[in-house]
Design a protein around this ligand. Structure first.
Ligand SMILES: *Cc1c(COP(=O)(O)O)cnc(C)c1O
Length: 477
């Protein structure tokens, strides 16, 4: 058993693996959505020591079925409504498999030209599909790159912003609704939490208040700080609120501050013309923009696209050229080396899966996927609005619907506890999986629609389940 897997053995096991995945997709509804294992259960079922002698591959598959699957939460289950979706699709999985098969390390153009050039093509294609500005395309001053996550994309954008602003007491501006990855990026960039300004949001829209932003930036400048980056969010993680990017952008332009736009979840919705309004102000004012095809655009994790309006400060910030990576292509200046656009040196051939997705679905198929998610969310919101037992959070422009069960006669604290109990009972049932957030201090349920397998019937069943469990709980107190 000890030798390498031969091409023939690979063919045989590979076919089994593909069959395994196809069976998994076809039978996914037979599993409880959220894993029921207790902490340590999976680990305890596995040997503490590695094997001395090699084992047949089929034993790996057997353990996958027996030990690992019970510990898997089924993100592709059509009744997975937690967090945000993390879409996969047939073409994406196959594109990723091809990337594994090629085993290319694309740190430089010279280490595999097609890896770099296909990536340039697909990020430019995606910019076109989302209606993003011409000058972000690679043949102009900007450019896009595939990062492992929006968190990395935002960190890289911050490093470019610091480069442009110069080192000083750099300050960064976010809102209370900004994703936690910005605070982490600031910490990694050496910007202390005391220099991360949390700008107030409007209590109704949960969007950043631009007047407040302008005041804070001016005050910081007077105090000798170097205002460096503002992060505006299109589709916040908590509730999909949208910051007023145009107004924020005008302030950034006046103040010479880098505007980063975090559209990790919602940005891909701009494939649909009727949703392009979400990017109002982006073309004129954004210096950088991230969105995640690995959330709602059918491309399995990891695949974030970061665009910059001007690639120079990014490359200046991140380019380090040791002797052993010097090569004629880099020196000629005619090629892109994407290692200069990211934190690590090495990079996978991730463009393959995005390319496979864009070609399989076409713009039409992508629009259809987003539209169906938005339509199902609308329908669910209609049921919530019509119910006397629940309060709906408006608006809900994308696939996320937030709502709060009403518990007559309970204090706010007790009502929040009852909402948490309801959530746990629903998730324990295995029939669906949803998560929560806090809005105005109140425990609020989040139901995010967008898995490719989800249909109206799944959403309908989820709503019926929620109503039934809610009534059962009300009867208990
Ligand atoms: C999900 C999310 C992120 C983080 O995305 P990763 O790709 O997992 O790093 C950042 N910002 C927003 C608004 C998000 O919704």
């Amino acid at each position: 058993m000890a030798g390498h897997m031969s091409a023939e053995e690979f063919r045989e096991h590979g076919k089994r693996v593909i069959d395994w995945i196809a069976d998994y997709m076809a039978g996914i509804e037979s599993y409880p959505v959220r894993s029921r294992v207790r902490p340590g259960e999976v680990r305890a079922a596995l040997p503490a020591y590695p094997p001395e002698r090699g084992e047949p591959f089929k034993r790996v598959l057997a353990d996958l079925d027996a030990i690992l699957l019970p510990g898997v939460t089924h993100w592709q289950h059509p009744s997975f409504f937690a967090y945000f979706p993390a879409n996969t699709s047939g073409p994406a999985i196959l594109g990723d498999l091809l990337s594994s098969g090629l085993g290319v390390q694309g740190m430089l153009w010279a280490t595999s030209p097609a890896c770099t050039e296909l990536e340039t093509v697909v990020v430019d294609w995606l910019a076109e599909l989302l209606g993003l500005p011409e000058h972000w395309r690679t043949d102009a001053r900007g450019g896009g790159v595939i990062e492992d996550s929006a968190s990395s994309g935002s960190l890289v954008a911050l490093l470019a912003a610091v480069r442009r602003a110069g080192r000083g007491r750099n300050t960064v501006y976010v809102s209370s609704q900004t994703h936690s990855s910005l605070e982490k990026a600031a910490a990694i960039a050496g910007i202390g939490s005391e220099n991360v300004r949390v700008v107030d949001v409007d209590p109704d829209t949960l969007a950043m208040r631009p007047e407040e932003l302008a005041t804070v930036i001016e005050r910081d400048r007077r105090d000798g700080a170097t205002p460096t980056m503002v992060c505006a969010t299109i589709g916040t993680t908590s509730t999909t609120a949208i910051d007023p990017v145009r107004r924020i952008g005008e302030i950034c332009a006046e103040q010479g501050v880098w505007l980063h736009v975090d559209a990790a979840y919602a940005g891909v919705a701009a494939v649909c013309d009727e949703l392009r309004w979400i990017n109002d102000g982006v073309a004129e004012f954004a210096d950088s923009y991230v969105t995640d095809p690995h959330k709602w655009l059918l491309t399995n994790f990891d695949c974030t696209v970061l665009w910059v309006a001007d690639r120079a400060p990014l490359i200046d910030a991140l380019s380090v050229v040791p002797e052993y990576l010097r090569n004629a292509a880099t020196e000629s200046g005619e090629v892109i080396d994407y290692r200069d656009w990211q934190i690590p040196l090495g990079r996978r051939f991730r463009a393959l899966k995005l390319w496979a997705v864009l070609r399989w679905y076409g713009a039409e198929g992508l629009r259809e996927h987003i539209r169906s998610g938005v339509a199902m969310a609308d329908e669910l919101a209609g049921w919530v609005r019509a119910s006397e037992d629940f309060a709906l959070l408006e608006p809900h422009p994308f696939g996320l619907v937030c709502f709060r069960p009403l518990w007559a006669n309970l204090s706010e604290t007790d009502a929040d506890a009852a909402t948490a109990t309801l959530r746990e009972r629903l998730n324990d049932s295995g029939e669906l999986y949803l998560t929560h957030t806090k809005v105005g201090g109140r425990m609020t349920l989040r139901l995010a629609i967008g898995a490719p397998a989800t249909t109206r019937e799944h959403v309908r069943a989820a709503w019926q389940h929620i109503e039934t469990e809610y009534r059962a709980l009300r009867r208990m107190d």
